[in-house]
Design a binder for this molecule. Structure first.
Ligand SMILES: C[S@@+](CC[C@H](N)C(=O)[O-])C[C@H]1O[C@@H](n2cnc3c(N)ncnc32)[C@H](O)[C@@H]1O
Length: 456
């Protein structure tokens, strides 16, 4: 019996399939088709926190990144492709282990971060950065009437007035510094890297939160104005910003000394993983990527402060265009693009609770788009591989009382894309969101973060 037969063979069956038991049958059937391996040894390397203090990685906080240390743990060969390179973990991992890598990311902020990390600077350029830092103390805050903030609607709320004046003056000094373009990019990345630290916001979940709001059980309360600012920034906010910047760039300079010992080469493109036509076929020995997970998170939302203040987007139209072009993992992406039929996914969608808000918001269409995009990306990757395997780091998700086992669905997508063998390495288990817990009780084992290994 196929999944479609199970789901669509009559009204009574349909009703039964919506139950939790039907979901369990589907999940079990899907799992049965694949070899699973316990790779809990890689658990700490598939997320940000393990590598957050590592050289290069610590230049810019990117919560969705894996660790560069993951690269030597996998059999990726000498030439590696990462079509969702984010902040460049694969590229750095490759360079540190004498490999070459190409990275692509649609987000211009991400590709900029990656590019700066892989662009070694000469001794003269490094000396010019030291020179810039040595005159930093002269940079007081700008005149309030001279600063022009980006058109981001919350631009005036995400920094304290003195903080933003100091930041904007520093930004202007970086733009005018007598240094090479690569050295200027290095200084600018240092500036971008401290925005969240000196900001009145921080990234959390699918967006940003304000530091003035304090989490209490079930609600947020506003902290007393003036008190939290003093506790965080001290009484000299301009000095705080300049101190953070100087410390951060000096730390980057310490890591920059390692460039000379890195034999590999990396290249970065700001582009779309759905269209890799500019790369020659068969030019890679291994592919690794971690796509945005099918969890509705929109990276352009959580990174909006850096995108606007860094000048990577200058209008809401530009931002909307990027959102639309991105992988269909969130509701701002373009849902009108073609979709590929995916029987196994349809089986799972039919068990969803149609009264749930995620159903009404269009999550089934989103998931159809998401896995169509994954098939397309895998087809492209298959072409670019000479031999070797494609490794996909992916996390499962839960919506409307149903688990979406993205690992298994990615393995199936791999077969649709022309790979012949798929294995699933389970690195760790994820938690079920509180609102899904009662309905998914007993199925928690399907909430996994895995590496799907696809071989030609
Ligand atoms: C999970 S993150 C990858 C993180 C990366 N592995 C690292 O360690 O930094 C997914 C990335 O996919 C990018 N992205 C989303 N849609 C894309 C597309 N269509 N083409 C290329 N990159 C895309 C996002 O900007 C994000 O940086």
């Amino acid at each position: 019996m196929t999944f479609a037969d199970m789901e669509f063979s009559g009204a009574s069956h349909r009703g039964a399939c919506k139950s939790r038991n039907a979901l369990e049958v589907l999940l079990e059937q899907l799992d049965r088709n694949f070899i699973f391996r316990d790779r809990s040894d890689l658990a700490r390397l598939v997320n940000w926190s393990a590598g957050k203090d590592a050289p290069f990685h610590r230049w810019f906080r990117y919560r969705e990144a894996f660790s560069p240390e993951l690269i030597p743990q996998l059999n990726l060969g000498k030439r590696i492709l990462d079509p969702f390179c984010g902040c460049g973990s694969t590229l750095i991992g490759a360079m540190q282990t004498n490999r070459s890598a190409v990275g692509i990311d649609l987000n211009p902020l991400a590709s900029f971060v990656s590019k700066v990390k892989v662009t070694g600077l000469s001794d003269d350029e490094l000396a010019s950065i030291h020179g810039f830092l040595s005159q930093l103390s002269e940079a007081g805050p700008s005149e309030p009437d001279k600063i022009s903030l980006p058109d981001l609607s919350i631009a005036a709320k995400v920094f304290e007035p003195t903080v933003v004046q100091t930041l904007m003056k520093l930004r202007a000094q970086i733009a005018a510094a007598p240094v090479s373009q690569n050295a200027r990019n290095f200084l600018l990345l240092g500036w971008l890297g401290i925005l969240e630290t000196v900001g009145s916001y921080f990234k959390e979940g699918n967006g940003i939160k304000y530091r003035k709001m304090q989490r209490r059980p079930g609600r947020y309360v506003e902290r007393e104005p003036g008190v939290w600012q003093n506790a965080r920034f001290g009484s000299d906010q301009a000095g705080y910003v300049l101190g953070c910047y100087e410390r951060h760039v000096r730390l980057m300079l310490t890591d920059a000394k390692l460039w000379v010992s890195m034999d590999g080469q990396s290249e970065v493109f700001n582009g779309n993983a759905l269209d890799l036509i500019h790369l020659a076929d068969g030019m890679f020995d291994g592919v690794i990527f971690s796509p945005p997970y099918a969890n509705r998170f929109d990276y352009f939302e959580s990174m909006k402060v850096e995108l606007w203040f860094g000048g990577f987007v200058n209008s809401y139209d530009e931002l909307k265009r990027l959102r639309k072009e991105s992988l269909r993992s969130h509701l701002g992406a373009d849902m009108s693009r073609d979709k590929t039929s995916f029987e196994e996914l349809e089986g799972l969608l039919s068990t969803m609770d149609r009264t749930a808000s995620s159903w009404r918001m269009g999550v089934p269409e989103l998931l159809r788009g998401y896995f169509s995009d994954i098939i397309e990306v895998l087809k492209q990757c298959r072409k670019k591989l000479a031999n070797g395997a494609c490794h996909v780091v992916v996390g499962n998700s839960a919506f409307a009382g149903t688990i979406i086992p993205s690992d298994v669905l990615t393995a199936i997508a791999g077969k649709k894309a022309g790979f012949t063998h798929a294995e699933i390495w389970i690195t760790r288990h994820l938690t079920v969101a509180p609102q899904q817990r009662s309905r998914l009780e007993g199925l928690e084992r399907y909430m996994r973060e895995s590496i799907v290994v696809l071989s030609p």
